[in-house]
Structures are given as C-alpha cells and as structure tokens.
Design a protein around this ligand. Structure first.
Ligand code: MEV
Length: 323
C-alpha cells in the first residue's frame, strides 16, 4: 500500500517577525507543492529518497536502532526524520517505510520545510489508518519542525495544512479568509541567509531595546488586523498603504536589503498600491499589490532591478491526498 500526500508552499503577506511574539500574521498558500509518498516495507529501517539525494545518485537507509541518534544534513531529510520519529513515538509504531519526496527544483524560499513535514505526517496518519483532525496534524507537524529548527511561529505549518489565505496567531485556530483572489506581483530577489539567523538577530535587538521593538511588533500586529479587514473588503488601495508601512517597520528591524528594496521601490513608482518584503527578510521574495491594468508595467519595473517575477497560483489548496 502506498500513500501520497502533497502540501503547498507559502507567501507571508503581513506580520512576519511579530508573529514569533504572539501577534497575528496573514499568509497565502502558493502552488509550489511538495509530494511525499510513504510505502510499508518488510525491513527494519526507513529508506529515504529525495530529489537532492537522487541528484547525488544515492538514497539513505536508516535502521530503527540508529533512528534516534542521526546527524543528517541533507535538505528536507531532517524534517522527514523528525516527523517519522514523532509519529513512531506518539503511536508506538515501528514499521519499515519507503519514503519518497518530489517537488519544485527551485522554491524561492517559499516552498517550506514545513510543507514536507505536514505532507509526511498526513501520509503517515493515512497509511496507518489513524483518525486525525487538523489540530493533531498541526501539533505533530509543529513539534517536528521545532525539533529540527528550534524556533518558528508555526505559521508555515498552518499554511501547509489549511492552504488558502489565513489569519494566524499562535495557539489559536487559524481563520481561513473568504477570498479567492489577491492582485499581487511576486519578485524573487535572490538567496538569503537562514531564517533562524535573521530571527535571532532581531531577537537580539529586542533584548537590547525591548521597549522600542515591542512597540514595533505591536504596530505590525495592528497593521495585520487592518489588512485582514481590507482583504475581506477587496480594498487593495488600503492593503497597499498598510504594506508600505509594514515594510518601513521591517526595515527598522534591520531585515531589509538593497536587493529587496530596489524592486519594492520600483513597483511603487510604477503604479503599485504598495510593496513589501515577504518572510524573514535578508533576501528571497517581495510582493506588490497592484491594479490589474498596470500588472505588466509593474512586472517589467521589478525585472529591470534584476529581481525575477514569479508567476504562482495563490490561495492554493492545503495538504491533500494525491492517491
Ligand atoms: C519567516 O518566514 C517568518 C518569521 O516570522 C519566522 C516565523 O514566523 O517562524 C520571521
């Protein structure tokens, strides 16, 4: 028996960094999907195949007795292993499994390790006929992500599960927004330093001047709440204004870069309602909120700065079975 699950990538719209401190964020799922296939075997081990491993012409086999003292650095494998380990422990299962993943070659910082994690846990629960709801799926997936990267708000886990566009806040059920259209242009500015490093850098700043940084987080939280209402009202002009203010605050946290700033300014001066970076900062993506009539001129202005315009489906479906 083989089970294949897939989960979407994500684009953070509002609230990054502040969400780590219990403020809300808004995130939309993107159609960069990761597939994970699980199949029972008669071995006493896990057999793992990922695109990265395939490119190196190898797969990884981990006997159960080595499962709990691994040190593997292959992309995504840590997240798969953490997921299986947590699921094995929680349901007291030991079963040989063949695990295969596939997905986009380049995910531009949007295809998250949390998508791999969520798809793995979803496939596992299905393979072993374990009844579950979104909360159990979230708790197991989030615990697995934290096992690997130690910190993170869990917004990306929620996005991979719920898909669509969600309003997310720690320890609360995400709200799926009733919207199926977002007029955005997404630009990729280039690779960045790790999210963990950026979160820690900002955290360091907060330790030094908490009374200022906490006010910034609070304001970002308020912007996010206003943006939620504006999205529900299709009020793109207001969303653009809010994006610009949020961008200023992210800049003040020190996570803006010239390569992000250039396409952001170019988009604004060629007619976008507003533009900001998306995610931890330091590189990766920016997006602009636009009027469809000026889409092509804004895309062009972004590309002139050297950023790459990404054509992605937004409001993508959350985790699902493929077979
Ligand atoms: C990174 O994509 C978003 C951050 O808010 C970190 C997190 O929420 O886990 C910076």
């Amino acid at each position: 028996l083989k089970v294949i699950a897939s989960a979407p990538g994500k684009l953070m719209l509002f609230g990054e960094h502040a969400v780590v401190h219990k403020h809300p964020c808004l995130v939309t799922a993107v159609d960069l999907r990761v597939q994970v296939s699980l199949e029972k075997t008669n071995d006493q081990s896990l057999l793992i195949n990922t695109p990265h491993l395939n490119a190196e012409g190898r797969s990884i086999s981990i006997p159960f007795d080595e499962l709990f003292n691994d040190d593997l650095n292959t992309p995504n494998v840590k997240f798969i292993l953490a997921s299986i380990k947590n699921a094995f422990s929680k349901f007291n299962i030991r079963q040989g499994i063949r695990i295969r993943t596939s997905g986009p070659v380049n995910s531009y910082g949007l295809g998250s390790s949390s998508a791999v994690t969520v798809a793995t846990i979803f496939a596992f629960l299905t393979l072993f006929d374990i009844p579950f709801n979104n909360k159990l799926l979230f708790d197991l997936s989030y615990a697995s992500v934290l096992d690997v990267q130690k910190l993170g708000s869990g917004f990306d886990v929620a996005s991979a599960i719920y898909g669509n566009t969600i309003f997310f806040q720690t320890k609360q059920d995400p709200e799926v927004l009733k919207t199926d259209y977002l007029p955005l242009v997404i630009g990729y500015s280039g690779a960045k330093v790790s999210t963990i490093d950026l979160v820690q850098e900002v955290e360091q700043k907060r330790n030094e001047i908490p009374e200022i940084i906490d006010l910034i987080y609070e304001t970002i939280g308020k912007i996010t709440k206003r943006a939620r209402t504006a999205i529900l009202n299709n009020d793109w002009k207001t969303i653009g204004k809010l994006a610009n203010i949020n961008q200023g605050l992210l800049d003040s946290l020190g996570v803006n870069t010239p390569r992000l700033n250039e396409p952001i300014l170019a988009a604004r001066s060629s007619g976008a309602f507003g533009a900001k970076l998306s995610g931890a900062g330091g590189g990766d993506c920016m997006f602009a909120i636009i009027d469809e009539n000026s889409r092509s001129q804004i895309e062009e202005a972004i590309e002139v700065t050297g950023a790459k315009v990404l054509h992605l489906g937004l409001n993508a479906e959350g985790v699902r079975l493929e077979k």
